[in-house]
Design a protein around this ligand. Structure first.
Ligand code: IMO
Ligand code: MG
Length: 421
């Protein structure tokens, strides 16, 4: 059913929440190592297996399939959240499976404090962050005052680093921090997973060279990428393929193929432009039926039609050859389904996204309309209906990719392989 590409990257092609966690869980049966390369607890992946629901923010969902899970150097890790997640999946022996990069940066409470403080003073220019301290943690990394996982293991050194980091940013903090206490607490947490803290780049290279199959997991989506997303309404990392190289410390030749994940429609949380956004009953219907509420913040997601202009742009940046389409069951029962194939901008038809945010606000999507279909998870073993096939064929043709997987429900079993990778 599934031929094995030795190393496969899984990347979100929209605004995040494409269903990457579910696809990674599904593929982890084939890939024994899953490595995440960027982001932090801003990510939220809900995975349902045998009636149990797991909500992941840091650990790749591959842990549920017994895969060894790597948290790469490109990530920003909140150790408290990591401890909670380890506890959540304790029946899967996470302590035997986790490899945490020594070089990954740490998210401290003062990063979350600053994230929320800065959002609040931005008033009408808010990004709508998750409040998980992601931007400030990456800022500190690039300002060279960040604290890395390896630093947590030496309490005295940690205290000095905390002192400098907090002092430099004190005008942006709303609370006082007891540095001794913070250092003690984080040192104690880190000691619990001391043996999991390793040089993950060497670990991955060694395994890839031995021929072990590895899956690279991207968090967020291309249009949240700090370079290629709709800046400034983005996250603070490279969610696209380049992020996998720097965020894991592997050469490009070790990424054989890229699988892009899209939702059958589009969702977005947070502020910023959303060309195909629906402000009508269909949008409401999809929100409810798709249970489109953020895993991390619980916020209702904004809903829109599938935007193939955005998807194609993502495909070109990351060299995507295969697609997985999630939540295609949610569209079942609609009379018609729309897909944006171009935009109208300044009296012209364009098939690219302007890089300036004010210009993105002015574009109007042009839609192609498809007849609806009935096909739900109960039909997973059946042939896909004619109208759904037309929709999928159009996506393939437009994007120049192959749709390999469709997902018809939240559970692992509700996944259908259409074409091998
Ligand atoms: P997964 O991995 C959807 C959004 C936030 C906000 C912007 C910046 O589940 O796909 P941040 O806290 O990162 O500084 O917020 O990015 N965002 C996500 N949206 N899915 C995610 O992750 C997201 N991670 C961040 O809503 O608009
Ligand atoms: Mg999510």
């Amino acid at each position: 059913m599934f031929s094995l590409v030795k190393t496969l990257a899984v990347i979100g092609l929209q605004f995040g929440d494409e269903g990457k966690g579910k696809i990674v869980d599904f593929l982890s049966g084939h890939y024994r190592i899953v490595a995440r390369y960027q982001g932090g607890s801003n990510a939220g992946h809900t995975v349902k297996v045998s009636g149990n629901t797991y909500k992941f923010h840091l650990i790749p969902s591959g842990i549920l399939q017994g895969a060894t899970c790597v948290l790469g150097n490109g990530m920003v890790i909140d150790p408290v959240q990591l401890e909670n997640e380890i506890e959540m999946v304790k029946e899967f022996s996470p302590m035997d499976k986790l490899k945490i990069s020594e070089r990954a940066h740490v998210v401290f409470p003062y990063h979350m404090d600053r994230d929320i403080f800065e959002e609040n003073i931005k008033s009408s220019n808010k990004v709508g962050t998750t409040g998980k301290g992601i931007g400030p943690a990456y800022e500190d990394k690039y300002a060279r005052i960040g604290i890395r996982i390896i630093d947590l293991l030496d309490k005295e050194k940690l205290e000095k680093k905390l002192e400098m980091a907090i002092n430099l940013r004190k005008n942006y903090l709303t609370k006082e921090y007891d540095i001794k206490e913070l250092s003690k607490r984080y040192n104690e947490i880190a000691k619990k997973f001391k043996k999991n803290i390793v040089d993950t780049s060497s670990f991955l290279i060694k395994n890839i060279e031995k021929g072990n199959p590895v899956l690279f997991e991207g968090a967020q989506g291309t249009h949240l990428d700090v370079d290629f997303g709709m800046y400034p309404y983005v996250t603070s990392s490279n969610t696209t393929i380049g992020g996998a190289i720097t965020g894991l410390g592997i050469p490009p030749k070790y990424i054989s193929k890229v699988l892009g994940v899209i939702k059958a429609y589009t969702t977005k949380v947070g502020e910023g432009p959303f060309p195909t956004e629906l402000h009508n009953e269909i949008g409401e219907q999809i929100l409810k039926k798709g249970n489109e509420y953020g895993t991390t913040t619980g916020r209702p997601r904004r809903i829109g039609w599938l935007d193939l202009v955005l998807v194609k742009y993502s495909i070109s940046i990351s060299g995507v050859k295969y697609l997985a389409i999630s939540k295609i069951d949610i569209l079942s029962g609609l009379d018609e389904i729309k897909v944006a194939y171009a935009y109208e901008y300044d009296g012209k038809v364009i098939k690219n996204i302007p890089s300036d945010i004010d210009n993105i606000m002015k574009i109007k999507p042009l839609y192609r309309t498809f007849d609806g279909w009935e096909f739900t998870k109960d039909d997973v073993k059946k042939e896909i209906p004619k109208n759904m096939k037309k929709y999928i064929d159009y996506i393939e043709k437009y994007t120049g990719t192959k749709v390999s997987i469709i997902s018809l429900g939240a559970s692992r079993e509700d996944t259908k392989v259409l074409k091998t990778i």
